[in-house]
Design a protein around this ligand. Structure first.
Ligand code: ZN
Length: 130
């Protein structure tokens, strides 16, 4: 069976990448950190781009895809919450459904155990760190 970064409700992500992203969350605190994720190898999520995030309304969150490098294909996203909750808001769920198959939310204090991942439908998926 072909191995991909996302199969059987398990998403695979590189440890080094995750460490960098957690650092980004810490640095952005108390503001929200947001990045789009990609999988260059197709075996694990191994690339990201930090993009400005803006809320159009309470229920709609948006980002600038025109800032992405050429050829960047969006696998999913990661963003931090300033509080301990890593559950998606209504705005999060709406944005998850638009693009990508795995969306990470990191609750404060941004350790490995504070990370949750959801698919495009908002269903929780397991994380495999490699
Ligand atoms: Zn959120």
């Amino acid at each position: 069976m072909k191995q991909t970064y996302f199969a059987n409700s398990i998403v695979t992500i590189k440890k080094e990448l995750l460490d960098e992203l957690l650092l980004g969350c810490n640095n952005a605190y108390p503001n929200e950190f947001f990045a789009l994720l990609a999988s260059d190898s197709k075996k694990a999520i191994d690339a990201y781009v930090v993009v400005p995030l803006f809320y159009q309304t309470e229920n709609s969150v948006s980002y600038r895809t025109d800032l992405l490098p050429l050829g960047f294909s969006i696998a999913g996203s990661i963003h931090s919450h300033p509080g301990a909750s890593n559950r998606p808001s209504n705005a999060d769920l709406h944005s998850f459904s638009k693009q990508g198959s795995c969306h990470f939310i990191v609750g404060y204090p941004y350790k490995l155990e504070n990370i949750a991942c959801y698919d495009g439908y908002g269903k929780r998926v397991q994380i495999s760190v490699v």
